[in-house]
Design a protein around this ligand. Sequence first.
Ligand SMILES: Cc1ncc(COP(=O)(O)O)c(C=O)c1O
Length: 387
Amino acid sequence: MITEPIYLDHQATTPLDERVLEAMLPYLTHEYGNPSSPHIYGQAAARAVHSARRRVADLIGATNELEIVFTSGATEADQLAIVGSALAARPRGGHLVTTVIEHKAVLAACQRLIDHNGYTCTRVGVDRHGRVHPADIAAALTPHTVLVSVMHANNEIGTLQQLSAIAEITAPRGIVLHTDAAQSIGYGLLDIAELGIDLASMSAHKLHGPKGIGALYIRGGTRITAQQTGGGQERGLRAGTPNVPAIVGFGAAAHLITADAVPPPSRVRALRDRLQDRLLVAIPGASVNGHPHRRLPGNLSLTLPGIEAADLLGRLPDIAASTGSACNTGSGDPSDVLTAIGLTRAQARATLRLSLGRTTTETDIDRAAHLIARTAHTMAAEPAHMA
Ligand SMILES: Cc1ncc(COP(=O)(O)O)c(C=O)c1O
C-alpha cells in the first residue's frame, strides 16, 4: 500500500477545507460581478464581500465589520499596518518598537521606514521561552514612539505573547499597538476587545482558507495612510478590485471556526503532546523550544543534539516538515528566533519545526515519531556524528 507523506507543516500553510472551496466556487464561475458595480451582478458580489467581512470580524471579536480591510495576505497587512500607521503619525514622532522574533514581513516594513523615511526602531529581546516582557517594551518607549508591533504567536516556536499587558502600556500613551496574528487566528485565539489591540494582521491560508487573501483589522479612529491607492476600494485604504472568491473563502474559513464546525484546539494539542512525548523519550538529549504551556497547540519545535535538521528531513521523504530555520533557507544563516532564545548556531541547525493541524491523525503521529526517531538514531551512529 502506498501511503501519502505525512504533512506536518501547518504553520507554513494549511490545506483548503472542502467546505471553503464549495463556498468559493460560485464566485469563480457564475457570480462574477465586480462589487463596485451598481447592477445585479455587482450587488450579489458586494453582498458576499459584506458577509465575509462580517465573518472575519466575528472571528476576532470586532463589533464593526468596517474595521476589517482585505489585503493580499498577512505580508501586505503588516506593511499597511506598520508603514501606514507610522506615516500617519509622523508629525508626533518617528520611533518604532518591535521585537527580535518578528516575521520578516514586520521587520522589512520597519526597515523600509528606517531606510526611506528617517525613522528609528528598537528591537526588544525575548526570554528563553520566546516571551517578550511588557516591562522591556515600556523601557524601550521614548516620547517619539508612535507604534509598537509585537506578534501574537511566533511562527517557529509558537510562543504566545501577553498582548493585553502591552496594550496597558501603549494605550494610555496614545501609541498604536499592532500585532501579526497570522498564526493564532486559526485557533480562535485573537480577541480584539480583550487584548486591546489597534491593528491586527491576518492570513486565510493559515486557517484552511485560500492563499493570497488576508486582512488588517483597524480599530475605529486609528489613523492609517494607504499604501496602495487607486480606485478607492476598501474605504480608500487598499485600492484594487476585491478578490471576491478569495474573500468569500476567507469568510467561510473564519465561519467554520466560530460555528464550531472544526475539531477543537484541544484535539491538536493532545496529538502534539503525544508526538512530543514520544520523541523526547526516543531521542536522548532532545529538547522542546518555545513556552511550555503558552504556545500554539499545533507547534513542536524540537532540537535534536548533533543532528543536522535539514539532513534528517532530506532522508525522510515521507514527512513534510520544516527546519527551525526555514525562513532563512538559502542564506545558510541560523534562525534569528532560535538564536534569540539562546540556541547556539549548531543547536539552531539541529532544530525541526513539526506543525500539526486539523487534518493530522493519530496514525500520522505514531508513524512520524517512529520515522524521525529511527532516522535520528541512524544519523547519531554515523562516524560524522560521533566525533
Ligand atoms: C507570523 C506570520 N506573518 C506573516 C506571514 C505572511 O503571511 P502571507 O503568506 O499571508 O503573506 C506568515 C506566513 O508565513 C506568518 O507566519
